[in-house]
Design a protein around this ligand. Structure first.
Ligand code: ATP
Ligand code: MG
Length: 363
């Protein structure tokens, strides 16, 4: 049996976002920038994890629907091309839900609950001990999101690496249990050893964890600490100007850039590295460099990055914009279903569940 992580000679990539809000700068540096670059050389699938949005927002279906459309607009604005890449709506790919069940049998409950990313999310999102059963289940579902497309690479931010590790464990377990792959086989050898699933690799972007404007937590769409890709120049200015620079100092007093979150933004968004090094040096010495001054440079650089995105986004913001986005989602999801159905059937054959074939005929 051969897997399909290669299509037309291109290796496959899968990643995605949950519609719990709009995309922010953290998404750009952690994952979206890489996605845009990978479109030429890889067969890319970008997933809208709208089912997973219900794990924390089951009471807000209208917001989830709107955020799903907003995320696609953000993707298009960022430079994702829906012709070269496949945009996938999770809730319309039944193979993902089915694979989630099979994978849930292959991973111990305690293993899921020990996942450090889940633990952090429960804490930072204030979920306490009353989160729904579906919340930890999303980590298993994410293994299915990925493996349904049998990708080689998964471009993600640092917080997702623990999830990808779980996904890799599930792939190995499945292949060993149902496809006769030797438990000592190298990950790279799975595809040649009759596996249904490759063991995919996480690819962390140039900044694995961009800090939020609160200066403490990871920038996150649910923590009210994000600069959104769709923010206006005025909003960018207001949010960055309101950041606490980690210390209280006058322009002529020595400062410590390493505890000032604005300097992480300077490193990431100001292209001229020598200029940032000079700012850092002047800040350290207290060479007449106020915090407002550093922020002004960061604001300018961020707006320079966002300006072309704003222009592309505007095409989908007028009347008919949502309908155009829905058409894009439908076209991508129809393609995605063909891929995911083929994977599901291969998995079911391996599990001796090949009692019949179905034609999904999704439109
Ligand atoms: P939520 O608060 O709902 O969890 P989020 O902001 O964490 O939202 P996700 O949809 O969970 O966003 O993440 C989408 C992708 O973006 C993942 O690959 C994640 O690792 C990456 N990412 C999110 N936030 C950051 C960040 N601050 N820095 C780097 N990468 C990030
Ligand atoms: Mg997250």
């Amino acid at each position: 049996m051969t897997t399909t992580s290669q299509s037309a000679g291109k290796n496959r990539v899968l990643t995605g976002d949950t519609p719990t809000g709009r995309l922010h700068l953290g998404h750009w540096v952690g994952s979206v920038e890489q996605r845009v670059k990978m479109q030429d050389d890889y067969d890319c699938y970008f997933l809208l994890a709208n089912m997973h949005a219900f794990t924390t927002r089951a009471d807000q279906p209208g917001d989830i629907r709107q955020d799903t459309l907003e995320i696609v607009k953000d993707w298009l604005a960022a430079g994702i091309d829906p012709v070269r890449s496949t945009i996938v709506l999770q809730t319309e790919v039944p193979a993902i839900a089915e694979l989630s069940w099979y994978f849930a049998m292959l991973i111990p409950f305690n293993r899921v609950m020990r996942n450090p990313t889940l633990k952090t999310e429960i804490e930072t999102k204030g979920l306490g001990d009353s989160y729904p059963f579906g919340f930890p289940m999303y980590a298993v579902g994410q293994c299915a999101d990925i493996l349904a497309f049998r990708p080689e690479f998964v471009p993600v931010g640092e917080d997702q690496v623990a999830h990808i590790e779980m996904c890799r464990e599930v792939a190995r377990r499945f292949d060993q249990l149902y496809c006769g792959v030797d438990s000592h086989a190298e990950d790279e050898a799975y595809e040649q050893s009759g596996a249904v699933f490759p063991v995919p690799k996480a690819l962390v972007g140039k900044v694995g964890r961009l800090i939020g404007t609160d200066g403490t937590n990871k920038m996150s769409k649910s923590l009210n600490n994000a600069v959104f890709l769709s923010d206006t120049p005025k909003q960018v200015k207001k949010k960055i100007n309101a950041m606490y620079p980690g210390q209280s100092r006058e322009p002529d007093e020595p400062g410590d850039p390493s505890i000032n979150p604005v300097f992480q933004y300077a490193d990431v968004f100001i292209k001229d590295e020598a200029f940032v090094a000079e700012l850092r040096e002047r800040y350290t010495k207290g060479d007449n460099l106020g915090d407002g001054h550093v922020k002004a440079h960061v604001i300018e650089a961020v707006n320079e990055l966002l300006e072309p995105m704003r222009a592309r986004r505007a095409e989908y913001e007028g009347p008919g914009g949502d309908d155009a986005v829905i058409d894009i989602i439908r076209a991508g999801t129809a393609r995605a279903n063909a891929t995911a159905e083929a994977t599901l059937y291969a998995a079911k054959e391996a599990m001796k569940l090949d009692f019949g074939r179905r034609d999904l005929n999704w439109r």
